[in-house]
Design a protein around this ligand. Sequence first.
Ligand code: NAG
Ligand code: NAG
Length: 284
Amino acid sequence: MNYTHRRILLTVLLLISSGAKWSEGARVFTLVNECKTTIWPAITPGENFNGGGLALRSGQSVVFTAPVGWSGRIWGRTGCNFDQAGNGSCQTGACGTALKCSASGEPPATLAEFTLAAMDFYDVSLVDGFNLPITVMPVNGKGGNCSAAGCNTDLRNSCPTELAVMADGKTVACRSACDVFDTDQYCCRGVYGNPVTCQPTYYSKKFKQACPTAYSYAYDDPTSIFTCLEGDYIITFCAIGRKQTVCTYHNHRLVCSGSSGSASLIYKWLVLMLLCMVSLWSCV
Ligand SMILES: *[C@@H]1O[C@H](CO)[C@@H](O)[C@H](O)[C@H]1NC(C)=O
Ligand SMILES: *[C@@H]1O[C@H](CO)[C@@H](O)[C@H](O)[C@H]1NC(C)=O
């Protein structure tokens, strides 16, 4: 049984032994890599997340729990090379040379942002550019708008050439117009420093097309900020082509459109782990 499996088992045991009360004080984060290659997720602050960084192979997932009160960001790094000591470099998203991040990532990077509280707030932001598709899917939420945030298409394929970051003849990331042109209008500052004057631009509209439920510019709040009451989160990198589930809260029940493929994944794990336990730990 590897480390990832142990984490999942531990989480499931905690969930079962302490029941609903426990989830009021902590949230379970499942990070899933559906990209074709290894990625290196980064998390700050990272105390509850393997110290802030890890390698996640294609098809792998890992589970962490963070307490209410945690407020931070999660992003993916690509094209990394780390030595045994966890020192190295990445093509995108690097936080200096460390595998375990304590500093923010170098833009452009897609960011998933969370504030865990009585009512959680979360969003996916392209304000600092795009390097990987990220979807945040809440599960088991008890209120709030609790829907999938982020994108299920890859903006690297539709990035305007003037914003593209190239490596080995491929677009590896898409910079924000603010980062490239550094004007008040693109950066929503100066006379453009409020939601009335800072309106979508040609570039932010391209971002919004690719990721309709992500921040495409600084004041893109109404369609980009989500709330969820006592839910857990599945953060999927490269959930390409997946239908985005939209959930609403009706009559004390969360009702979601389309398939809840990600949600049922959790239950599959739960069932699998229960089976493991009744079969006298044969899988440990
Ligand atoms: C870490 O790696 C960088 C290159 O990526 C190198 O310049 C630096 O000296 C290394 N630091 C340590 C402490 O090994
Ligand atoms: C979710 O709810 C919050 C709080 O009511 C609201 O500000 C936000 O615009 C909603 N988000 C979406 C995407 O509808």
